[in-house]
Design a protein around this ligand. Structure first.
Ligand SMILES: [Zn+2]
Length: 386
């Protein structure tokens, strides 16, 4: 699709305006040609911020999809499985959340009506005396509504992640990790400088990924890169790769940039909608990575945040995206250009993964676990303490 931004006009702009007006984010205007004006740009930014999208005020594919999804409220249409083109939208998300609350395992609430959502819906229908047709229409909705929100159960999908973590044991050996360099091939990510002085995000995160891969292999882990240096798959393709590899954890590496050269620091992201559903294991891992890297470097703390981004949402295992500093900041860039710093980052991430599997047992203060100690523990200790 074409990107829409300030100055554009025409039917696609009218559609965006209508969606934002419906949500009450944009003041309705009278008849006349639909323009992408300052007010619309502001409304798009507000919407993007609420949805955890990049707040650039431009309507690209991700924002457009989110706008379309946001227009569906539970009850607007019949929900059922379409394997060719799965239904997506906020109504699907609400249904999944409701099923999870009632204790039916519809998987991660991701707004996509897939096979697991259908199965959970059928179980619900069976238990409440309806014909288990897997279709969510008025009758099923009435039942879901009657039950109200008083009944609360666990969140099986996310609880399952925790269960798997507890069963996994403390050793790194045998764990399968997908390392995802955020950019590659023609997509260099953010970059500064030109010619021989050019520094690119793709180059830096590719290098950190290889350092991490080497250390993980040395610790007996199975580390897989989501793509080669010449490729740049979409986020959905990266998630698909991790899912089919049956990875235990996904680590996505990025470096940020900002119009202001003063912006700097480290941020980590895990799956979460900001309105309830959160991957607790993903959050824990994001926290470990964040704290280890802050303790080992002098980067500014830009926090750990839940985001519904595609890579985090579509992966069936805990996934963390980390933004390691700003290329547009002199100090962050100088640090990133130092190979020693990139080693420190790789080791900090590895130690954070180790911490996740230690489950707080036998732990050491943040920033003090050394690479040599991790290796020694992996080689000497029996696979006990489960
Ligand atoms: Zn990036």
């Amino acid at each position: 699709m074409q990107l829409l931004s300030r100055g554009d006009a025409g039917p696609p702009v009218a559609e965006v305006r209508a969606a934002l007006e419906e949500m009450g984010i944009l003041e309705p205007t009278g008849p006349g040609p639909a323009l992408f004006d300052d007010q619309l740009e502001q409304a798009v930014r507000i919407f993007q911020q609420r949805r955890g999208l990049i707040t650039d005020g431009i309507v690209g594919p991700a924002t457009y999809r989110a706008l379309r999804d946001a227009r569906w409220a539970l009850g607007d249409r019949m929900l059922l499985l379409n394997t060719q083109q799965p239904l997506t939208g906020d109504d699907v998300f609400s249904l999944q959340e409701r099923l999870l609350e009632l204790g039916y395992d519809s998987g991660r609430a991701d707004g996509v009506f897939g096979r697991q959502t259908e199965q959970a819906l059928r179980s619900f229908q069976r238990d409440y005396g309806m014909s288990p047709d897997g279709m969510c229409g008025p009758r099923t909705l009435r039942h879901l509504g009657y039950l109200g929100r008083k009944v609360t159960g666990g969140r099986p999908g996310l609880l399952r992640e925790q269960e798997r973590l507890h069963r996994a044991g403390p050793r790194l050996s045998g764990k399968r990790i997908v390392i995802d360099p955020g950019h590659g091939g023609a997509d260099r990510g953010v970059s500064v400088g030109t010619g021989a002085d050019q520094v690119t995000e793709a180059g830096l995160v590719g290098d950190i990924a290889r350092r991490l891969e080497g250390r993980m292999a040395a610790a007996g882990m199975e580390a897989l890169l989501s793509h080669g240096p010449d490729d740049c798959p979409t986020d959905a393709e990266r998630a698909g790769f991790a899912n089919s590899a049956g990875a235990d954890v996904v680590l996505s590496l990025h470096v940020d940039a900002n119009a202001s050269p003063a912006a700097n620091g480290l941020a980590a992201f895990h799956f979460g909608t900001g309105t309830g559903a959160t991957s607790t294991v993903g959050e824990a891992l994001a926290g470990f990575i964040h704290r280890e890297l802050l303790a080992r470097t002098r980067m500014l703390d830009c926090g750990v945040h839940p985001r519904p981004w595609e890579l985090l949402r579509l992966t069936r295992m805990p996934a963390v995206r980390v933004e390691i500093g700003y290329l547009t900041n002199d100090r962050d860039r100088a640090a990133l250009l130092d190979p020693g710093f990139r080693d420190v980052v790789a080791e900090g991430i590895l130690v954070a993964v180790k911490r996740l599997y230690l489950l707080g047992q036998d732990d050491k203060p943040t920033g003090t676990f050394t690479w040599a100690e991790v290796l020694q523990r992996e080689s000497n200790r029996p696979a006990a303490a489960r």
